[in-house]
Design a protein around this ligand. Structure first.
Ligand SMILES: [Zn+2]
Length: 447
């Protein structure tokens, strides 16, 4: 009933008042995924051609570049340089069309894995279109407008617009980075009475809440679903959250720059949102990687014109399925097999292959003789593996067996030095660190 009222009156009024398209976009994205694969491919190509043409004609940065568009979207896109966060710092303003004055301009700041701050600009309308696509993701996970939400977010200052949103969308907004016993206890006790339907927030924060809830013995909240965003949803996070809150986790993959890359459906598969963005998986030279191989995510948003981001390098690593099958959920957006981590979480071999965290964990987890390990790489031709042995079962021969399996799996001889240690430091955020690498890993800029 409330949902009906919000969708029919409140949200359309907001769209009219702010000249935005939230409801229109949400309705569009409720239908688009069920179009045929052929139609979705054609839609993406049309949108990709349109944004490239617009950028070439209107964006100062692209006007200066000497290439011609032929109308073949999948070939033309390769002519555009990769935009890194560092590029944004250097030439960011040249990527903007028109003035940045005006109340409807939103500046989104983000810091990359390197800590490099960058900013991008969107109109309010573009921002809310992204929010609408995100809301459609939540709906894949059972969310309905009007349902009660417990949300863990990053903005302590709730602006007027945000406060209104919290009230109308029945949201209890808690800070994702403030996970102390006291704060979590208060929030959980409040929500035990409130009985919210959905729990939405950063994967690591949801996990933090689940851990605290278990420790504090406050496990009476039963969510219809939990929707994670922002950082990586590890399997052990998922397991804990689902157990403590008697529910199912739906993971989404988007970013502050407004890209809504992918979302998990009821079947647990990640669908890539080809109507909102064009997603490439590239190797370090900028060539597409074969399906089934990890590649750097480079993404083009298809529906933002204030600052068109074409071939934006996110620093994430993802894999497409080797033999994609249609998904039983009926959505025909293409599948992404997994988002496997950040460009900082990988090791390079001398032949140029990328080894992701799972390469190592997939081998080492079968050796109970080792408590913990960490891979350290400072030079391309070699790396070191620190390990903490289980003193009761460990024998040195195990290391050569592991080394052999790693060589076989990588398809080349890896130069590895093993080093026994007593302790392996955790990352700043407290997660176990599996890979520490100081090598530069990115897609080269083809300017
Ligand atoms: Zn599906």
């Amino acid at each position: 009933m409330l949902g009906f009222f919000l969708e029919k009156f409140v949200l359309p009024f907001g769209d009219w008042y702010f000249k935005t398209e939230f409801m229109k976009t949400l309705k569009e994205y409720r239908k688009i995924p069920f179009r045929s694969k052929h139609e979705l491919d054609a839609l993406q190509e049309t949108r990709l051609n349109a944004i490239m043409k617009y950028a070439k004609e209107n964006v100062p940065f692209y006007q200066k570049l000497e290439f011609v568009l032929t109308g073949n979207a999948l070939e033309d896109i390769k002519k555009f340089p990769i935009i890194h966060k560092s590029t944004l710092r250097e030439v960011g303003k040249e990527l903007v069309v028109g003035s940045l004055e005006g109340k409807d301009i939103i500046c989104q700041k983000s810091s990359g894995s390197s800590g490099l701050q960058s900013e991008i600009f969107l109109t309010q309308r573009e921002y809310l279109r992204g929010q609408a696509v995100q809301t459609s993701f939540w709906e894949w996970g059972g969310f309905r407008i009007g349902g009660k939400i417990l949300q863990l977010g990053m903005s302590p200052k709730r602006s007027f617009m945000k406060r209104m949103k919290d009230i109308f969308l029945r949201t209890d907004y808690q800070l994702a980075y403030n996970i102390s016993d006291e704060v979590v206890k208060k929030a959980l006790l409040k929500n035990e009475k409130r009985n919210p339907d959905f729990f939405i927030g950063y994967a690591s924060a949801l996990y933090g809440y689940a851990q605290k809830a278990e420790q504090l013995g406050i496990t009476g909240i039963k969510f219809k679903s939990v929707i994670s965003l922002g950082d990586k949803m590890f399997p052990h996070y998922r397991e804990k959250i689902e157990k403590v809150f008697h529910t199912k986790v739906f993971d989404t993959y988007g970013c502050t720059e407004g890209f809504m890359m992918a979302s998990q459906c009821e079947m647990g598969n990640y669908h890539q949102i080809s109507a909102q963005n064009y997603l490439e998986l590239l190797d370090e030279s900028g060539n597409p990687v074969p399906d089934g191989e990890p590649g750097f995510v480079v993404v083009t948003r298809l529906d933002a014109h204030k600052m068109p981001l074409i071939r934006f390098y996110l620093g994430d690593i993802a894999i497409r399925p080797k033999n994609p099958q249609p998904c039983a959920c009926g959505r025909n957006f293409p599948l992404l097999e997994k988002i496997v981590g950040r460009d900082t979480d990988l090791v390079k071999t001398p032949s140029g292959k990328i080894l992701i965290v799972h390469f190592f964990t997939g081998i080492w987890e079968y050796f109970q003789e080792i408590y913990q390990f960490r891979v350290i790489q400072h030079q391309l031709d070699r790396f070191e593996i620190e390990y903490i042995p289980d003193p009761s079962t460990f024998k040195p021969e195990v290391l050569s067996r592991i080394h052999q399996i790693m060589n076989d799996k990588a398809g080349e001889v890896l130069q590895i030095t093993f080093k026994q240690v007593d302790q392996i430091p955790a990352t700043k955020s407290g997660k176990p660190q599996i890979i520490l690498s100081t090598l530069e890993k990115t897609v080269s800029n083809n300017l």
